[in-house]
Design a protein around this ligand. Structure first.
Ligand code: ADP
Ligand code: MG
Length: 475
């Protein structure tokens, strides 16, 4: 009986099945199809280049033994790499590859068919000199660690980023997922990691890409029928930074392709850095298998920066731009733009522009107008800190004095006014107002409010205080 590709392969399979774990057999051998037997060469079809690499690395010996048994010493094995649109349920990524050196792929002793394959299949190995193609990192050098100020709100993410930059692919932070609200520094930190890696390991291929652009490229590759090239391009990256991964939600095709690229990189000890405006648990319309990958490494959140960090960020920006700004304006900005560093920067730029175009000094009034433009939609809420600042400035004392235990009349009055305005302009409870204004209790705040009411209807001078302060606080 003459041998067919199928009969030869089935015999090989029987031999292999006896010699490896059933999990490995299922994963790596069941998906293979024997397609051709000619000149003592068996052609088998594998689902991806990665699959082929894996077989070559882990099973080449057993394949050789099996095939030699069937076809003799001159037996040859030919791989045909087939990239399916979907991979069905077979995920050939159940084991972890020790990060192996794959740099000499081309020289492996394998026959890769250059002709003889269906014309729509592009052979990944004929992309000329792909390893020599210089890949632009798309990194913004200004987004580096030096310009990314540290604070309580970003400490975890920042130090994880540094750890990854020191040892890309060599920490358990793989992938590193940085998540947090809009304008909190995800993109900046993503770049900073890439910039630092490029600095320390110039030979590494680093690529920053937004998930949006990745999606466009993918769609384009499907249109142009070169999806394989697209995948292979991403598979040779050492450090892949994908920004705003939440944008993949609902895009099944892109998620699928990303899943495979991710697995390939991860299995090869390559570093993946992702950012998202949501925590993994809150991502919707992202496939479970992809989500579970995101959770393999570390998810680090960027929180809203605290007051001190906001002040530091503003001062740093002013310093880098060579601009001077009075401290009270810096404090005003830090007090009024809290949840978005991009808005904070926008307000600074706008303030500088206004003052230089109109040759005006930077004043609190100007700052206030600009903040109102920047913090849109949400009516600017006056904070208790800000009220205390305005009241103490008005009476030419500092906030510590205003909060102190002294019974001096003008200080008591200032404190009572601060409490009165805190009640009037914020949603804070009496107790919370008391605790923020010198550790007083709610009864003290209530008493202060009544006193201010009384005095402003009986004392002309006092009424003027209330009116002036009211104006300052609502301007
Ligand atoms: P996101 O991607 O989270 O929306 P970005 O990374 O674009 O936010 O950050 C918005 C702006 O805030 C950028 O100009 C960035 O440089 C700045 N920024 C964010 N975090 C910091 C920080 N810790 N120190 C200095 N600048 C920061
Ligand atoms: Mg961003």
């Amino acid at each position: 009986m003459s041998k067919t590709a199928e009969s030869v392969w089935n015999n090989c399979l029987a031999f292999i099945e006896d010699n490896i774990t059933s999990q490995a057999y299922k994963t790596w051998f069941e998906p293979i199809k024997a397609v051709k037997l000619s000149d003592n060469a068996l052609s088998i079809q594998v689902p991806s280049k990665f699959f082929y690499e894996w077989l070559e690395e882990h099973y080449v010996k057993i394949l050789k033994v099996a095939l030699t048994k069937e076809l003799g010493a001159t037996a040859k094995l030919v791989y045909i790499i087939r990239m399916e649109n979907t991979y069905g349920n077979k995920q050939p990524f159940t084991e972890k590859i020790p990060s192996a050196n794959r740099s000499n792929l081309q020289s492996q002793n394998v026959d890769v068919p250059l002709k003889n394959k269906s014309p729509e299949l592009k052979n990944p190995f004929i992309i000329p000199g792909i390893r020599n193609v210089k890949i632009e990192s798309q990194l913004n050098p200004n987004y580096n660690f030096d310009s990314f100020l540290e604070g309580e709100s970003n400490r975890l993410a920042r130090s994880a980023g540094l750890a990854v930059a020191n040892k890309p692919g060599g920490t358990s932070f793989n992938p590193l997922l940085i998540f947090g609200g809009v304008g909190l520094g995800k993109t900046h930190l993503g770049h900073a990691i890439g910039v630092d890696i490029k600095d320390k390991y110039p030979e590494k291929t680093v690529l920053y890409i937004s998930a949006e652009k990745f999606t466009q490229q993918y769609i384009e590759s499907v249109k142009k029928n070169n999806r394989n090239d697209f995948i292979h391009f991403y598979q040779i990256i050492d450090v892949l930074i994908v920004d705003d991964i939440q944008l993949l939600s609902g895009k099944a095709g892109t998620q699928d392709v990303f899943f495979h690229i991710f697995n390939h990189l991860h299995q090869n000890g390559k570093q993946v850095i992702l950012t998202s405006d949501k925590a993994p648990v809150d991502m919707i319309d992202i496939e479970q298998r992809l989500l579970s990958r995101f959770k393999w490494g570390l998810s680090a959140e960027l929180n809203h920066p605290d007051y001190d960090t906001r002040v530091a960020i503003i001062k740093n920006k002013l310093y880098r731009d060579g601009v001077e700004m009075p401290d009270d304006i810096v404090e005003f900005l830090a007090n009024n733009i809290k949840t978005n560093i991009r808005e904070l920067e926008g307000a600074i730029i706008s303030l500088i522009a206004h003052s230089s175009f109109n040759r005006k000094e930077i004043t609190i009034e100007l700052a206030r107008k600009i903040v109102d433009n920047y913090v849109k939609h949400t009516k600017r809420e006056v904070s208790i800190d800000y009220i205390q600042k305005v009241v103490s400035d008005y009476f030419q004392m500092d906030v510590d004095t205003l909060q102190s235990k002294t019974r001096k009349r003008h200080i008591v009055q200032a404190r009572q006014l601060a409490m009165f305005f805190a009640k009037k302009f914020t949603k804070a409870s009496l107790a919370s107002i008391g605790s923020q204004i010198g550790q007083r209790d709610h009864a003290t705040v209530l008493h202060a409010c009544k006193t201010v009411d009384n005095l402003s209807s009986t004392d002309k001078q006092f009424r003027k205080y209330v009116e002036d302060l009211s104006k300052k606080l609502t301007l």
